[in-house]
Design a protein around this ligand. Structure first.
Ligand code: AMP
Length: 284
């Protein structure tokens, strides 16, 4: 197993990255909130394949949670996370303290439009993306990586970050990585740990119904009718749906009819107290 350097302050992070740069290395950042699983590890593998020094940040970012959400009970498993990162031959982990990220008097946030106001996650978590964009901007400015890797699992988030990197001239390559799933199709997520055994058995039905809907739409099924049938099936399986929508994969704009443009089917649904999100490509 290789050595994993752990840094906890922004100053130590900057020195580490400066040492790497002096040695002529490229740097890849994988931002996470910890409770790491194979989905996160797949992002670090992409970084390694790019030949870059791999830095994983672990920070449960309070500003992206609304007061009623799960910030307090979000799983925090730092030692187990480090063990996984060592096995994955990650070079360093950055785990800052909240007071260093948001010191007394902190009052700046990133204000967003475009993909951040597409009416998907933003409709149900109205303050979420401002929190995400602000922490990601801070981490990117602290680590100054050449590339940063994000999962397509959080598809709207990826679009928001790409747009932010473009608009703010961050000059960092943003890579979107495929969603890693359990064998039964459930997208891996740290929040899956909240599911009871019974809920875990039902959870893959979200993805299964999305796949069936995507197939029906590609085969020529009427979009709204097909989506309505999928919504009914998902609800009958025991979910409370926040949204199930077909969107343009690039702009996230609403779709009236099929075209050659890449489309994405996106969903969020609650199973008991757990909120699951998923998305799949519809036409290749
Ligand atoms: P999180 O720790 O949930 O904030 O996720 C950190 C990063 O891992 C984000 O870029 C996520 O999109 C990505 N991620 C989470 N789950 C998966 C998964 N199942 N497959 C691929 N990437 C994922």
């Amino acid at each position: 197993m290789s050595a994993l350097t752990a840094v906890h302050t922004i100053a130590d992070l900057r020195s580490l990255v400066a040492r790497w740069r002096k040695a002529g290395e490229r740097v890849a950042l994988v931002p996470t909130m910890g409770a790491l699983h194979e989905g996160h590890i797949s992002l670090t593998q992409i970084a390694r394949e790019k030949g870059a020094k791999t830095l994983v940040s672990i920070f449960v970012n309070p500003t992206q949670f609304a007061p009623h959400e799960d910030f307090g009970k979000y799983p925090r498993t730092f030692e187990a996370d480090c063990a996984r990162l060592r096995t994955a031959q990650v070079d360093a982990v950055f785990a800052p303290l909240p007071e260093d990220i948001y010191p007394e008097g902190f009052c700046t946030t990133i204000s967003l439009a475009g993909p951040a106001t597409a009416g998907l996650e933003d409709k149900f978590r109205p303050t979420h993306f401002a929190g995400v964009a602000t922490i990601v901007a801070k981490l990117l400015l602290q680590a100054t990586p050449d590339l940063a890797i994000f999962g397509q699992k959080d598809f709207q988030q990826l679009a928001v970050i790409r747009q932010m990197a473009l608009d703010l001239d961050l000059h960092i390559e943003i890579i979107g990585a495929p969603t890693i799933r359990a064998e039964d199709g459930l997208a891996l997520s740290s929040r899956n740990a909240y599911l009871s055994q019974e809920e875990r058995a039902i959870a893959p039905l979200l993805h299964a119904n999305m796949q069936a809907a995507a197939k029906a739409i590609v085969a020529g099924g009427a979009i709204e009718t097909t989506l309505d049938q999928a919504r009914t099936a998902i609800t009958q399986a025991g979910f409370a749906i926040d949204y199930l929508e077909l969107r343009d994969a690039r702009s996230l704009a609403k779709i009236e009819k099929l075209s050659d443009r890449p489309l994405r089917l996106l969903a969020a649904a609650r199973l008991g107290k757990t909120r699951l999100i998923d998305n799949i490509a519809v036409n290749g």
